[in-house]
Write a protein that binds this ligand. Sequence first.
Ligand SMILES: [Zn+2]
Length: 328
Amino acid sequence: MNTLTGCLVLLLIFALLVYAWPLLLVLAVIAIIYQIYAALYFKSEKFNTIKEKIQAHIHDCNDLNDHIENLKSTALVVNRADYGEAVYHDNSRWNVKRDALKKQVYAPYIYECSRTVCDNARKEPFKYICKYFGIKADEETLGKFEAALNDFSAAEDGKVALKAERTAILESISSDIPWAIKKFSQKKLEKNLGFEEVDFSTLYFPKYEFKYTSAGGNTGTTYDVVMDIDNLNRFVIYLSEKIKFSKTVAGQRALMTSKLRQHIKERDHFTCKYCGASTEAEPHLLLEIDHIVPVSKGGLTTEENLQTLCWRCNRSKSNKTTNVQVST
Ligand SMILES: [Zn+2]
C-alpha cells in the first residue's frame, strides 16, 4: 500500500466517524429496543401457551438427544498395554522449544512410531491397526466392532431423525411466532422452548493415530484412521475374512453391516417389533437393530436373532439389562 492509498483510507475512516455516528447511534438504540422486546416476549403468556402445547414433543426430542449421546460413547477395541506416564523436561542448553516432544503422552488410540511404520500404516491401515493396537482377529473382537458399527449407525440415523423432528415441531408453531423473533432470535427461541443443544458434528468417531516425531522433535507426520461408518463396515468385513470361526458359528453367522441393518428394517416393514410404532405413522422415528438374545448371552448375528425396535423400546430393553455392554 503506498502513502496515498493509506491517507485515503484514513480519511475515509475519519469521515465515517464524523458523519455516520448518528446512524450508528440509531442502530444501537434499535438493537437495544429489540433485545428488550425479545426478552419480554419470551416471558409473555402467549409464548408460554405455545411452549406448553409442544412440551411433550420437546421432551421426546431431548430424550432422543440423550440417547444419541449414549450411542456415540461406544468405545472401540484397544488392547495396548498401559506403561504409565512420565513427565517431560527439556534441558537443552539453547532453550529450543520442542513442543512436539513435550506433547508425547500415552494415549490408547495414539501410536508413536517410526517414519516407516507411519508410511506403511498409510498404505494398509487395517493391517497396521491390528498389529500396533493389539486387535486380535477373533469372534469377540468382531462382535465389539459390529456393536460399535450398529451404535454409531443408529447415532447417525438418530441425528437425521432428530433434526427432522425439531424442524417439524418448529414449523408447527411457526405461524404463532412473531416474524422478528424467528428472523433474529432463532437460537434463543429454541432454547426458550426448552430444546437442549444438539451436537450434529461427526467428531465422535474414534480414530487410530499413527504418529511419527523426529528425534529432535522438529518434524513429524501423523496418519489418522477415522473409524466412521464406511471404515467400520470395511473393517468388519476385513476382520471376518481373517477369522477362523469356530465350528458352531462357521457358516451360519451374518455380518452386522449397514447392508444387513437395512435388510432387517425392510423385512420388519420399518415397524418396531415391541410397540408397533412405524415410520409410516411417525416419519422421523429412529429404528434400531436389536439382538433378540444378546451377544453377551451367546446370541448370534443371524437374521432370526435380529429384530427392528424403535429407539424408545430398545432403550428400555437395554436399561433392563444389567450388563454394561448392551444388547445392540
Ligand atoms: Zn417400540
